[in-house]
Design a protein around this ligand. Structure first.
Ligand SMILES: NC(=O)c1ccc[n+]([C@@H]2O[C@H](COP(=O)([O-])OP(=O)(O)OC[C@H]3O[C@@H](n4cnc5c(N)ncnc54)[C@H](O)[C@@H]3O)[C@@H](O)[C@H]2O)c1
Length: 596
């Protein structure tokens, strides 16, 4: 029989603590919520009432249930109020000495059978436990932010945590409607170990002005389907907390440079820019604690978008290539009202592309997303050709031929001869340096990358890659074109992986390393990222969909360009590719797809 927890204590009512109080009280458990001072207690109470009021306003919680929930919570200053609770969860700032002091005090105050739990994200639960005389009753219960929403709880057992305590806490998680994964005590556990390298990398991109905060966040939301971008997530986590987590992970996790906090973080924390909780972090919020972003000096100016609108004098577009991307891009432009010249290497290929575009447009009609008249009009706007000379009068060329530098360079040299002056020449390359193709022409200022995502008619994101020679006007035109296509264009520098792949693939590679180290299973890792961080797919599901060979190639490119030791492809990934386990397309990758 699992132990009954009738009352629990929560220490620290900040970002996490207030949410944890809400989780327990919502599920009928009485909570003693403690803070360090009257002022902090008041802020904690406000955090809880703010969150429950928002739930009522959204219709997710009845008023009577809110009142009952709040009625289950007793507030107090100081740990003495926790003398009779069955379980305590500590959620104070991420400092080992502070947590150790609190655990020593809890050990003194709480009844002997009480379980003492920490919500630490990165500190050693073992080190915290030895501050007490009952380390076998100390455990990590790591909730995710926002605690009332995120389904996952990581239950962290140390080498001395008793099996009964683990089982009791697992049963409690189930009662709270949470899904738990039980793991050993390692820096960052599953989710943060995979998440924080990515978050820090995104902050580094922002610090280096590689892309704007809006563009970095939009890229990851729209390119990967994440619930929020990395910088908005940093603001939600709290920059002080994120700094401490990174710092601990750097020290505990093998001094991986990717966890060394980006210097900008320390500056922001010192300046009091802590994220949502202080009203300002990467973004500015309506007031401290508010989730609502308000414009500030970094918000893209209206004038800038007006410039983009004016910059587009484009009506006729050439698309070169006959593969999946070219086919999708032809459809996207034709549907958006542009006249399109499709150039392939022969009539046979043109016929195939034409068929594919028709099939895709017909699907739109069947699904009620496109009228028959609009389909016919779109098809009527496409001219099929097998000679580049037909691009003499287009305003924009989008190249989507094979991913080989020599082929692309030769094509751009020809386009330079054929196209009229002032035309924007775009490449859809996902891995080659755009500057290389730009320099194959006499007009590098007019060359830009337009990295569409597959399938182009569906994916809402386009990465606009500007080289050091791309003119501001070309970039503005590219932005305007993306907007006219109904896509979100994000502007970034000409570096391997642009924004999305550079941030996504090292994280996937890290997940492979974690599996390789036998820290957890593919299922638990996938679960952790989906339920703890809201990812639409776990890393192994995604790797199997993308293809392990494709993933390995991207990861190799990133490693070769950035020489970051942490980006070196995981040996397990290399072995699976060598073995022909390439993912879904091969019937087997990380999982066997032949058996259902
Ligand atoms: N922020 C996140 O996204 C997140 C997610 C999961 C876990 N965590 C972990 O949760 C813990 C708390 O992080 P947070 O982001 O909620 O921090 P926070 O700064 O928002 O809140 C910490 C709270 O602890 C209180 N406090 C400080 N000393 C205290 C004491 N001696 N006694 C009682 N209360 C005290 C502070 O007044 C503050 O209200 C950390 O260990 C963190 O790593 C954070």
């Amino acid at each position: 029989m699992a132990r009954e927890f009738t009352s629990v204590g929560v220490v620290g009512l900040g970002t996490m603590g207030a949410g944890i109080v809400e989780v327990f009280a919502r599920n009928g458990v009485n909570v003693v919520a403690v803070e360090i001072s009257d002022a902090a207690l008041e802020r904690g109470q406000a955090n809880l009432t703010g969150s429950t009021d928002r739930a009522v306003a959204k219709g997710k919680l009845a008023e009577a249930d809110r009142d009952a929930l709040l009625g289950r919570v007793t507030f107090a200053v100081g740990l003495d109020a926790l003398h009779s609770v069955d379980l305590v969860i500590e959620a104070v700032p991420e400092h080992l000495d502070l947590k150790q002091r609190i655990f020593a005090e809890l050990d003194r105050v709480c009844k002997p059978e009480a379980i003492l739990a920490t919500n630490t994200s990165s500190l050693s639960v073992t080190e915290i436990s030895v501050a007490t005389a009952r380390p076998n009753q100390v455990i990590g219960i790591h909730f995710f932010n926002p605690a009332p929403v995120m389904k996952l709880v990581e239950v962290v057992r140390t080498v001395v945590t008793s099996a009964d305590v683990v089982a009791d806490v697992e049963a409690l998680c189930a009662r709270l409607g949470k899904v738990d994964v039980t793991i050993n005590d390692r820096a960052g556990f599953i989710a943060n170990a995979l998440l924080f390298g990515y978050l820090n990398h995104a902050v580094g991109m922002f610090e280096a002005r590689y892309a704007s905060r809006e563009d970095i966040d939009a890229a990851m939301k729209l390119g990967c389907g994440l619930p929020m971008g990395p910088l908005a997530l940093m603001d939600l986590i709290g920059l002080d907390t994120a700094y401490e987590i990174l710092d601990t992970m750097y020290r505990r996790g093998g001094r991986d440079r990717r966890h060394a906090p980006v210097p900008l973080l320390k500056q922001m924390v010192t300046a009091g820019l802590l994220g949502r909780k202080s009203g300002r972090g990467f973004y500015t919020y309506e007031r401290p604690g508010s989730p609502k972003v308000v414009p500030d000096e970094q918000t893209p100016a209206a004038a800038e978008s007006a410039l983009a609108d004016g910059a587009s004098g484009i009506s006729k577009v050439g698309v070169v290539g006959s593969g999946t991307m070219a086919t999708g891009i032809i459809e996207v432009f034709a549907k958006a009202g542009y006249e399109v010249v499709s150039v392939t290497r022969g009539a046979e290929k043109s016929a195939k592309v034409c068929e594919a575009v028709k099939t895709s447009l017909n699907k739109g009609v069947v699904r009620g997303k496109l009228s028959e008249a609009d389909r016919d009009a779109a098809l009527g706007r496409i001219n099929w050709s097998a000679t580049l000379e037909h691009l003499a009068d287009v305003d924009l060329v989008v190249e989507a031929v094979v991913e080989e530098l020599s082929v692309k360079k030769a094509l751009f040299a020809s386009l330079d001869e054929i196209c009229k002056p002032g035309v924007v020449l775009a490449t859809t390359t996902s891995s080659l340096p755009v500057i290389e193709v730009a320099m194959a022409t006499q007009r590098p200022a007019d060359v830009v990358g337009l990295h569409f995502f597959n399938p182009a008619p569906i994916m809402p994101l386009v990465e606009i890659v500007r080289t050091i020679r791309t003119s501001a006007e070309t970039t503005a035109t590219a932005r305007a074109v993306c907007a006219a296509l109904g896509k979100t264009g994000v502007v970034c520098g000409d570096r391997s992986g642009f924004i999305v792949n550079a941030l996504l693939f090292p994280y996937l590679n890290d997940a492979v390393r974690m599996l390789e180290a036998s820290y957890s299973t593919a299922d638990d890792i996938d679960h952790a990222m989906k339920l703890g961080c809201g990812y639409p797919m776990g890393p192994f599901e995604l790797l199997d969909v993308v293809g392990l060979d494709v993933s390995l190639a991207i990861q190799r490119e990133l490693y070769l360009e950035l020489r970051e030791p942490g980006f070196a492809p995981a040996p397990l990934l290399e072995h699976l590719v060598t073995a022909g386990y390439l993912g879904r397309k091969a019937g087997r990758g990380f999982r066997d797809h032949t058996r259902r």
